[in-house]
Design a protein around this ligand. Structure first.
Ligand code: SAM
Length: 299
């Protein structure tokens, strides 16, 4: 291997092409491919049938330092890229690539008890509740303000034994954090089959007993057992789908049960508060223009 041991190639694409680009990189000999939300643009409302991940995705492919990238650079399928995509190749000396990737996703403390840690790191506080996650296609590593607000609120709200529904579970981060914080059982629901797989994989990685978590698509018969039974329902989706799901989400809560909603921009909060009037929603936090709305079903 040359003195530069690694090469990192960064490109930009759209969510509907990300898998094809990832497959293409692996077919060319990439050692690893990572995906990240590209830029701070707000999440767009995913329409039915659309892959509901970040709209713009930064794709980073890692190659060995002595790999000849010129032939594949010439063959790069430009139709898989975002318009005006960057194409930056950086030589990384030694094992600096590990540090670079770790810098981009490093352990984050979400609340007094809870940390989210990439699976390749040593947790900074081994006595804390550490949830291990890897960045992947399913949304939810804790780096987005909406996920972070939910995690912090869960750290505060879970005292032990709760039944928790994570509607729009993505990577499963919220359901898994709730269980690790002491919830008795969790239901993850997502309309993206990739999220179902990611949640199950991440639960296993976090030593969650398979009997304490169910992960299903919307409309699954298993949801009936949670209706009017859930102590806490958390949903980090977007304003449009939350408005459409309002009756279903409120029906899941048992009397006295709590609701946490996010994925909602500040200016959208009044419409949500109006739609969820039976549970008396209020804004409990705002970060980066996003709000966390919390409410409670009358006992
Ligand atoms: C912003 S991500 C949140 C992921 C994770 N819960 C978190 O907090 O980071 C929203 C998730 O909701 C899912 N979703 C969107 N609309 C949905 C719907 N109508 N029913 C169920 N899941 C939905 C998406 O597939 C996506 O995984």
């Amino acid at each position: 291997m040359s003195t530069e041991e690694w090469q990192e190639w960064v490109l930009e694409t759209h969510s509907d092409r990300v898998e094809l680009l990832e497959d293409w990189f692996f077919a060319q000999g990439a050692l690893a491919v990572s995906l990240e939300d590209n830029a701070d643009e707000p999440l767009l409302e995913p329409g039915p049938g659309e892959t509901p991940v970040w709209q713009n995705v930064k794709v980073t492919a890692l190659f060995a330092g002595d790999f000849d990238l010129e032939p594949i650079r010439a063959a790069l399928p430009t139709d898989l890229l975002a318009e005006n995509s960057r194409s930056d190749i950086t030589a990384l000396a030694d094992r600096a690539w590990e540090r670079v990737w770790m810098d981009e996703f490093s352990p984050i403390q979400m609340g007094p008890r809870l940390w989210i840690c990439p699976s390749w790191t040593e947790p900074p506080d081994s006595a804390a509740i550490n949830v291990y996650l890897d960045p992947g296609l399913a949304f939810g590593t804790g780096t987005h303000a909406t996920t972070a607000m939910c995690l912090s609120a869960l750290d505060d709200a879970i005292s032990g034994g709760e039944r928790v529904v994570d509607f729009g579970c993505g990577s499963g981060i919220l359901a898994i954090a709730a269980l690790r914080l002491g919830a008795a059982s969790a239901l993850g629901v997502d309309n993206d089959p990739q999220a179902i797989t990611a949640t199950r994989d991440n639960a296993e990685r976090n030593d969650i007993e398979s009997s304490s978590i169910e992960v299903v698509l919307p409309g699954n018969a298993a949801i009936a057992a949670w209706t009017n039974q859930s102590d806490l329902v958390v949903a980090n989706i977007l304003a449009g789908p939350l408005l459409a799901l309002a009756d279903e989400l409120m029906a899941l809560m048992k009397p006295g049960g709590r609701l946490m909603l996010t994925g909602v921009l500040s200016e959208q909060a009044p419409e949500l508060i109006e739609r969820f009037i039976p549970v008396n929603l209020g804004v409990s936090e705002t970060r980066d223009g996003w709000v966390l709305l919390t409410g409670q079903k009358p006992a």
